[in-house]
Design a protein around this ligand. Structure first.
Ligand SMILES: *Cc1c(COP(=O)(O)O)cnc(C)c1O
Length: 215
């Protein structure tokens, strides 16, 4: 599956985040040996444990909800945080990045699904807070992230992806027209990555399709 998927993604120049949450070190190593370097996790403890026992050139992406008091554990090594959804969280990441003498890549997670449970910024709130977020010197804001509704109705997902692309374009124009970093749209998972790419995704987060179902 990995070889086929990377072939497919290469054509559209899309970055693969291999989502390895709940999967053992051996599964990660077997993709690493095939050349994969970007892996995604959604829990801080699992992330720090795996980082400690795997090769140092892995780029770890945090894709799950992040509590402010846990940022310090990942700040020394994390390559990208996909789940920035508040000003206080952005400030803490900035502070911890500075302590580690680093600049951390972050994506602004925007709520696109209708479901109540899905995290992410309300777009208008994000617009209000962004003028302050962009002043944080130890963050590179590299783009946006969204999670679509869990549904088999393609039209629903399509509308949500379209909205995320529109949000990205609006932010690019209004806040990042001179930024060379703001270029990523992280959208698409195992079930909808092809649609996501058609709609303009630059980064897909794929777990079960690569590693098998999680239990
Ligand atoms: C688990 C997870 C994924 C991967 O889901 P799959 O359906 O297994 O590909 C992608 N994004 C986020 C935020 C996740 O938590």
């Amino acid at each position: 599956m990995y070889d086929q998927l990377t072939e497919e993604l290469k054509k559209s120049n899309t970055t693969l985040v291999a989502v390895s949450k709940t999967k053992p070190i051996s599964d990660i190593l077997s993709l690493y040996e095939k050349g994969q370097r970007v892996f995604g996790e959604n829990r801080v403890q699992e992330l720090t444990e795996k980082n400690g026992s795997l090769p140092k050139d892995i780029q770890w992406h945090m894709i799950g909800m992040l509590q402010k008091n846990k940022v310090k554990y990942i700040a020394p090594f994390i390559a990208c945080i996909h789940s920035v959804d508040s000003l206080p969280l952005a400030k803490v990441i900035n502070k911890e990045a500075a302590k580690n003498d680093r600049i951390i890549d972050v994506l602004l997670q925007i709520k696109i699904a209708q479901e109540e449970t899905k995290s992410g910024y309300d777009f208008n709130k994000l617009r209000d807070e962004l003028s302050e977020i962009i002043t944080l010197k130890n963050l590179h804001i590299t783009g946006v992230m969204g999670i679509g509704t869990w549904t088999s109705e393609e039209s629903v997902t399509k509308t949500e992806f379209k909205n995320l692309v529109e949000y990205f374009n609006e932010l690019k124009t209004d806040f990042f027209s001179t930024s060379s970093h703001f270029k990523e749209i992280s959208m698409g998972m195992s079930g909808d990555y092809q649609l996501a790419i058609e709609m303009g995704s630059t980064m897909v987060r794929i777990g079960s399709l690569l590693f098998g179902a999680r239990y």
